[in-house]
Design a protein. Structure first.
Length: 259
């Protein structure tokens, strides 16, 4: 974990309500791993002390990018960030996704902007697999071109049917699993809302596949000091509270004790 001064090189709208912020920060870009995150101090937020966590969307060469949604005061304040501005960030933080076991087929399942760390992961996995992306509507389906450019198969579901199939992302996942060769070895990598995480975890357990889930908890400090983001985890028969920002955000699905 280190403090970095990052220069903004690009800041663009991705689709309705989503934006991509790209910075030049060589020391971070070369060390961050898929599933890790950074803690950003948002400029011009009067009275705001805490930083905000963002999953890393891409890192290549000297540059790193985050994909975020305009949802509250902090992210709306970020709209004014311009090229050449210097931002303060801490990272890389947390434990990211493990590298794929070579014999398994990677299956990525994303909900909304949970697709960001999975796009980063896909760029680092040599073996191509399939990605399932879910959203409320078409504008919530992100990074499709990224995955296709990398040679991944993409399947989409939206709540209103405006892109892909109508329904939950688990619906199209179930359809795919139902015709899959039962001896095929899969490894799931999942990021999105808790309901989706739990649903995919249940399927992985039932079919005896490994699943890695990236949890999204409200964080205060981002470095493990404030204990605002603890999660019940069961290891070796013992349940304990682990910090999502420090021991996570990625955990193996069978370890998570759901409330």
């Amino acid at each position: 974990m280190n403090m970095h001064q990052a220069e903004v090189v690009d800041h663009v709208e991705a689709s309705g309500g989503y934006r991509i912020l790209t910075v030049e920060v060589p020391s971070l870009a070369k060390t961050v791993k898929p599933g890790q995150f950074i803690h950003l101090r948002i400029p011009r937020m009067d009275g705001a002390v805490l930083r905000r966590p963002f999953s890393v969307y891409m890192a290549h060469g000297k540059e790193m990018a985050v994909l975020y949604k305009l949802v509250g005061r902090g992210t709306h304040s970020m709209k004014s960030i311009g090229k050449g501005e210097i931002l303060s960030m801490i990272g890389p933080l947390g434990n990211g996704f493990p590298m794929l076991q070579s014999l398994k087929v990677p299956v990525l399942v994303a909900g909304g902007y949970g697709v960001a760390p999975l796009a980063f992961l896909a760029s680092r996995i040599k073996k191509k697999g399939i990605v399932f992306i879910g959203g409320a509507k078409a504008s919530d389906v992100l990074c499709v071109k990224d995955f296709k450019k990398l040679g991944w198969e993409v399947r989409i579901a939206t709540d209103d049917g405006s892109a892909g199939e109508k329904g939950l992302v688990t619906k199209i996942l179930d359809e795919w699993l139902s015709v899959l060769n039962p001896v095929e070895l899969l490894e799931f990598f999942v990021c999105g809302p808790d309901g989706m995480l739990k649903a995919v975890a249940e399927r992985a357990k039932r079919l005896d596949h490994t699943a890695w889930l990236s949890l999204d908890k409200h964080m205060g400090c981002g470095v493990g000091a404030c204990l605002a983001c603890v999660q019940k985890i069961k290891r070796n028969g013992v349940v304990s509270l682990l910090r999502v920002c420090r021991e996570g955000p990625v955990f193996e699905a069978s370890e998570i004790v759901w409330e």
